[in-house]
Design a protein around this ligand. Structure first.
Ligand code: SF4
Length: 272
């Protein structure tokens, strides 16, 4: 079955940041919906997905916004005060449709001209490397975070079979690192990984964020519980990895490769 694509023209793209992201002034979501369709995606339990007839991952709304309109919005926001922007909180700005629609790239082009105080880019997609030319023009005020929940492809395939393969994400991280851009590897949500994982990441990044289902789903683990993610762990005999204290063991493992001050836990890893 194909993907249902809708084109929308929202009045604004910058929305006040709340809850988990209240350290930011705005969130910026170029799309609604996400065709990476991760099983554990907490957005599945949010009204935007719950009130939709189609399943999460089967639809995407493309927020068309002329560059001129977004420029005006950015100027207005800058006049009002601080512009710290999180892109994106409920979609992946580099999901497959971005290859053709280039909404994220258009927004970045505007932000190169009208620079925000800080921009955090959160993605799982290697497509992010396409925009290195733009990132370099605002490298002193951005951080690019690539989610790598595990280094084990069989595990990735169990939990997020449509999301980009791990080797491609590692390659993207390496490319961004070689461009000397501020980057972060985000191990979120923590999934079973090999002993070598922290060392592999350390070859590319100096900063890592560790988050889990209990701290990071925006509802203290309730959304993940409602999604029945525990059953996937049980089915694959991995229940020891599904516990609110597991992240502490994960931090211990990462401390073998990273300095303590380079390891950020949950929310702290996403702040401006
Ligand atoms: S990539 Fe992010 S937004 Fe997209 S389905 Fe996965 S967790 Fe959800």
């Amino acid at each position: 079955m194909g993907i249902e694509i809708k084109y929308t023209n929202p009045k604004k793209l910058l929305n006040p940041a709340t809850g988990f992201l209240q350290g930011y002034s705005y969130t910026l979501n170029p799309y609604v919906g996400c065709t990476f369709a991760c099983s554990y995606c907490y957005v599945r339990r949010m009204p935007v997905a719950l009130f939709r007839k189609s399943d999460w991952g089967k639809w995407v709304d493309v927020k068309q916004k002329l560059a001129l309109d977004f420029r005006k919005e950015m100027l207005r926001a800058k006049r009002k005060g601080n512009t710290t922007i999180f892109m994106s909180s409920s979609t992946d700005p580099y999901q497959p449709i971005e290859y053709s629609e280039k909404i994220t790239r258009t927004l970045l082009q505007v932000m190169v001209e009208e620079k925000p105080d800080f921009l955090f880019i959160q993605t799982r997609s290697p497509l992010v490397t396409r925009d290195i030319d733009l990132f370099l023009q605002m490298k002193d005020r951005i951080r690019i975070s690539i989610t790598i929940e595990t280094d084990l492809e069989p595990i990735r395939k169990v939990f997020s079979p449509i999301a980009p393969p791990i080797p491609a994400r590692l390659k993207a991280l390496e490319k961004l690192a070689k461009s000397n851009l501020p980057i972060q590897a985000t191990v979120s949500p923590v999934l079973p990984f090999s002993k070598e994982f922290p060392y592999r990441l350390k070859q590319m990044v100096n900063r890592v964020c560790i988050d889990d289902f209990f701290m990071g789903d925006g509802a203290g683990g309730k959304r993940t519980k409602q999604l029945g993610i525990k059953r996937i762990f049980e089915k694959h005999n991995l229940t020891q990895w599904y516990d609110s204290s597991t992240y502490l063991k994960v931090v211990d493992e990462f401390t073998k490769a990273f300095a303590k001050e380079s390891i950020f836990i949950s929310k702290d890893g996403f702040m401006p």
